[in-house]
Design a protein around this ligand. Structure first.
Ligand SMILES: C[S@@+](CC[C@H](N)C(=O)[O-])C[C@H]1O[C@@H](n2cnc3c(N)ncnc32)[C@H](O)[C@@H]1O
Length: 225
């Protein structure tokens, strides 16, 4: 519990099968990696990727305590994933992609390392509809995790242009104005004045997409037989 800084529960929502390779982008204290490792079993493998030494140290300590052997924590950036092409069955992530300053690059890297037919199944914070910049900034201060949140249609479009298909964005928690009232009042913000632009516009969501199966290209007359 102490090691979790997420905004959802991707391991509960993602379908993981025995023997699969899972990669958690921005794995933090490693809780979702350890849960995934159990689900894929000893013939599978769970990788966690994080750029922060402190989080990697915590994750490795948690790995040691859990006695997990099919787990590896990698140091690196989610914009430059240190794994080969077509090597991962499922990418999970819990509230980390929204923190990236180059989300297109993250999505391109995700599709590169996924195997054909591989699944992208992440929890992230998204926004809904147009929100004035000043209001957005006030609310974004409320939860640090919201800082780089994408609008849901924008997220969909970016996944599509990275090459994903079967894209679904399903809200798992919609934030109401009452959730933020105390914080915003403390910032001297007239909460009732901005309520219509905030209520229901920020949410945690489960974002799903699939890398297309590789298309067969015939180069000689017999290759499709
Ligand atoms: C909000 S925490 C979530 C941690 C974990 N997924 C969880 O649910 O507890 C975000 C994590 O992503 C990592 N992170 C943020 N940006 C990153 C990047 N560009 N590359 C790699 N890791 C990143 C941070 O170091 C941090 O551990």
């Amino acid at each position: 519990m102490l090691a979790s800084l997420g905004c959802g529960n991707p391991t509960a929502l993602a379908k993981l099968n025995l023997g699969e390779v899972v990669l958690d982008l921005g794995s933090g204290g490693g809780i979702d990696v350890l849960l995934s490792a159990k689900r894929v079993g000893p013939t599978g493998k769970a990788y966690g990727l994080d750029m922060t030494d402190e989080m990697l140290a915590l994750a490795n300590e948690n790995k040691r305590k859990a006695g997990a052997e099919n787990v590896e924590f990698l140091k690196g950036e989610i914009e430059h994933i240190p794994l080969p092409d077509n090597s991962v069955d499922v990418i999970i992530s819990n509230c980390a992609i929204n923190l990236s300053a180059d989300k297109n690059r993250v999505l391109r890297e995700a599709i590169r390392v996924l195997k054909p037919g591989g699944r992208f199944a992440v929890s992230d914070v998204v926004t809904r509809g147009e929100i004035p910049a000043a209001v957005r900034q006030s609310v974004l201060l409320w939860v640090g995790c919201l800082a780089g949140a994408l609008e849901e249609n924008e997220y969909n479009a970016r996944l599509e242009s990275a090459g994903f298909e079967q894209i679904e964005i399903e809200p798992t928690r919609i934030y109401r104005i009452e959730d933020a009232r105390e914080f915003l009042s403390g910032q001297n913000i007239d909460v009732d004045a901005i309520a219509p632009q905030v209520d229901g516009r920020f949410m945690s969501a489960f974002v799903r997409a699939v890398k297309p199966q590789r298309e067969e290209t015939c180069c000689v007359p017999t290759c499709c037989q």
